[in-house]
Design a protein around this ligand. Structure first.
Ligand code: TYD
Length: 203
């Protein structure tokens, strides 16, 4: 069942947490537009390819600004028009990923990063952000070593900071919840759907 007012829901978490599975499932169930960052626009495809390519080192600042360029374009060409047309949006990653990965993970100052994020997203904030939380070791075990990109090949300490970053953000940000992703799929699904029922989906 779709709500009458279109809603914007974002899924967040460390690589391998399972958020993409839930984001896609939920989008299909409520007939929302599934989207993701980085890379779900023609410009974003190019940015994603350069961002994930571990062979070209880049500073945290460059990384952050390219992520924000992707997001700004994603907001103006996909998210805002979709919501304006009356369809809900489910995004696999959004502004929380920049604060968690480039802020907490790469240890950039959060205040300027937040200000830059505001430039990229304007007033386009999710109605609900769901963090799927799992221990780094569990996430790591789910990934094939051959698939490691710039972020997946970063240190365990980096991923620990990112995980703790998401948990800290969930305490600070309005409309964020954390769901334990380290349980069977049915249990996580139940928790995700309960959180969405609270905003009118699956009710
Ligand atoms: P994602 O597409 O979720 O990863 P996957 O390869 O599992 O599909 O995200 C790609 C990487 O980009 C991921 O390691 C997290 C990172 N990322 C940031 O560092 N900052 C950001 O703002 C975003 C959106 C992603």
């Amino acid at each position: 069942m779709s709500p009458t007012t279109p809603l914007f829901v974002a899924f967040e978490g460390i690589d391998g947490c399972g958020k993409s599975t839930h984001a896609k499932r939920v989008a299909k169930a409520v007939d929302a537009r599934f989207t993701f960052e980085p890379g779900d626009t023609p410009l974003g495809v190019m940015l994603r390819q350069r961002l994930l390519d571990a062979s070209e080192p880049m500073s945290p600042q460059t990384e952050a600004l390219l992520m924000l360029a992707d997001r700004s374009h994603h907001v103006s060409t996909v998210i805002t028009p979709t919501l304006a047309a009356g369809q809900s949006v489910v995004s696999d990653r959004y502004f929380g990923s920049t604060l968690a990965y480039q802020g907490y993970g790469r240890e950039m100052d959060l205040a300027p990063l937040r200000a830059a994020t505001d430039v990229a997203i304007g007033t386009c904030r999710p109605d609900l952000t769901i963090v799927i939380d799992i221990p780094v070791a569990v996430a790591h075990a789910r990934r094939a070593p051959s698939q490691r990109d710039r972020f997946e090949s970063a240190t365990v300490d980096f991923h620990e900071r990112v995980r703790q970053g998401f948990l800290s953000l969930a305490e600070l940000e309005p409309n964020w919840i954390v769901i334990n992703g380290n349980q069977n799929l049915e249990a996580v699904t139940e928790r995700v759907d309960a959180a969405l029922a609270a905003i009118g989906w699956f009710a």
